[in-house]
Design a protein around this ligand. Structure first.
Ligand code: NDP
Length: 487
């Protein structure tokens, strides 16, 4: 891919940053420079806010049906450009093309389509107060929303934030992660092409400082972050200054519980999907795999055999199943977690090695790691690694498994594998997690709300639930009778 300039997207067009500062984005698999990216400072954020105010005035005055039509058109355009965008996503993230070509763009398009359809049905309610009065509610937009994204699923994150925000009549200023700025620009262009008025969806690039300019801005009504728990805390504190609405999609250390009556191969598939898909760079991953002691040995044997067969390689090769980690810094963090896990006494059964033979020496390629002999209090088992590292634990009974699964400050997701449906629902009801799967793992259909409890976050993305987080109710009392005065 030729080196290009990645500008800001403000008021419906690409624009340079006022002070001309730039940073680089590189292909994590090869180190190749992909683009010089314009970095937004205070003056650029001010321009984006001004554009969003103008866009909001136009957009919020349109009917819900008109707004829905534009979002659905954008979904079609996104799907039509799937191959081109998937390739760009793979270049920027290092994730395999076999994933990005079926997951990322589709998920973004599904989201625009879903909220495009939902937009037309947004309404308040009529409240009967007897013959002399009634009340009604209006569902109104919040105003300008800031979206701040993580680097693992950039197109999906941009769409998961933009679609519900725009469906409700808001304008958005989106800041992609500085490591993956490219595809949010494509989403912005496609929204414009679909007929979105200028200024309704803007993109500013930069680091934490640019994010902070958004979270502290008095004219921004809401911030929605996908990122680490620590970032979530800082953003919540910054947003408090102007009492902004906040949605936080944060990290996790989610449990997968495999009971003795589970279909073992299905549970192994679930554990692999929940640890090695996207090189383990998925927030909801089930990185603590609790397997009943009676089946642990056969589970481990099959897990190791299938994991060792995974094909690590060039992310653009359609056969590649494990690509490159996002950056050298992140690769070092993952390798350190693996080394520390061994020092703590966990047994590295397979993987966990950096592949350094050319051409892998130019990127962060790490073979999927499986740890056995883990203890609940090991750092390996307690802290999010965000890489291809699975910790295997065994349990004796259901009560113990639930207590240990819940023994974490996180609460993003959980999975249960069993053929006993009564057990499945009983256990799920007691797991402290916002998103759960029974006999599957990590599927996120747009129709299903997604989000965490405890320190994994606040609010929900997707599903009808997301509407609550991008709109506010106005209550209107209407007097039909006399107004009696006590004065
Ligand atoms: P970070 O928290 O480091 O960054 C997220 C975004 O916030 C980036 O755009 C970042 O900018 C920006 N940012 C950082 N500090 C601030 C600040 N003080 N004020 C405003 N903005 C700020 O997360 P990562 O990008 O490293 O992503 C990995 C994390 O995201 C993991 O913990 C993962 O679990 C979580 N995640 C959660 C998901 C969910 O839905 N629950 C889904 C995907 C990931 P910059 O680009 O410069 O770093």
């Amino acid at each position: 891919m030729a080196k290009q300039d990645c500008k800001l997207y403000i008021a419906g067009k690409q624009q340079n940053a006022v002070d001309g500062q730039t940073f680089e984005t590189r292909n994590p698999a090869t180190g190749e420079l992909l683009a010089q990216v314009q970095q937004a400072g205070q003056a650029d954020v001010a321009r984006a806010v001004e554009a969003a105010q103008a866009g909001f005035a136009t957009w919020s005055a349109m009917t819900c049906a008109e707004r829905g039509r534009i979002l659905r058109r954008a979904a079609d355009l996104l799907r039509a450009r799937n191959d081109e965008l998937a390739r760009l996503e793979t270049l920027d993230t290092g994730r395999p093309i076999q994933e990005t070509s079926v997951e990322d763009i589709n998920s973004g398009a599904d989201c625009l389509e879903y909220f495009g359809a939902l937009a037309a049905g947004l309404s308040g309610e009529h409240i009967d107060l007897g013959p002399q009065a009634f009340a009604y509610t209006r569902r109104e937009p919040l105003g300008i929303c800031a979206g701040i994204g993580a680097w693992n699923y950039p197109t999906q994150i941009a769409c998961w934030k933009a679609a519900p925000a725009l469906a409700c009549g808001n304008a958005m200023i989106f800041k992609p992660a500085e490591l993956t700025p490219l595809t949010a620009m494509k989403v912005a262009e496609i929204l414009s092409e679909a007929g979105l008025p200028d200024g309704v969806f803007n993109v500013v690039h930069g680091f934490a400082e640019t994010g902070q300019l958004l979270t502290r801005h008095p004219d921004i009504a809401k911030v929605s972050l996908t990122g680490e728990v620590g970032t979530g805390r800082k953003i919540m504190a910054d947003a408090a200054g102007t009492v902004k609405h906040v949605t936080l999609e944060l990290g996790g250390k989610s449990p997968i519980l495999v009971f003795k009556e589970a279909e073992i191969d299905r549970a192994v598939t679930g554990a692999m999907l929940g640890n090695f898909y996207s090189g383990g760079e998925i927030c909801s991953n089930g990185t603590r795999v609790f397997v009943h002691e009676s089946i642990k040995d056969s589970f481990l044997e099959r897990l190791v055999a299938r994991t060792e067969a995974l094909k690590i390689g060039d992310p653009l090769d359609p056969d590649t199943q494990v690509g490159a980690l996002i950056s050298e810094e992140h690769t070092q963090k993952v390798l350190k977690a693996i080394a520390d896990g061994q020092k703590e006494g966990a047994k590295l059964v397979t993987g966990g090695q950096r592949v350094t033979d050319p051409p892998f020496d130019r990127g962060g390629f790490v073979t999927p790691a499986i740890f056995d002999a883990c203890e609940d209090d090991m750092t390996l088992v307690r802290e999010e690694i965000f890489g291809p590292v699975l910790s295997l634990l065994s349990f004796k009974d259901e009560e113990e498994a639930i207590a240990r699964a819940n023994d974490t400050p996180y609460g993003l997701a959980a999975g249960v594998f069993t053929r006993d449906l009564a057990r499945a629902h009983r256990v799920i009801a007691r797991l402290q997690a916002g998103t759960c799967w029974i006999n599957n793992y990590n599927l996120t259909p747009i129709e299903m709300p997604f989000g965490g409890v405890k320190q994994s976050g606040l609010g929900r993305e997707n599903g009808k639930a997301a509407i609550e987080y991008y709109s506010q109710l106005k209550s209107v009392y209407v007097e039909l009778g006399e107004l009696e005065s006590p004065y």
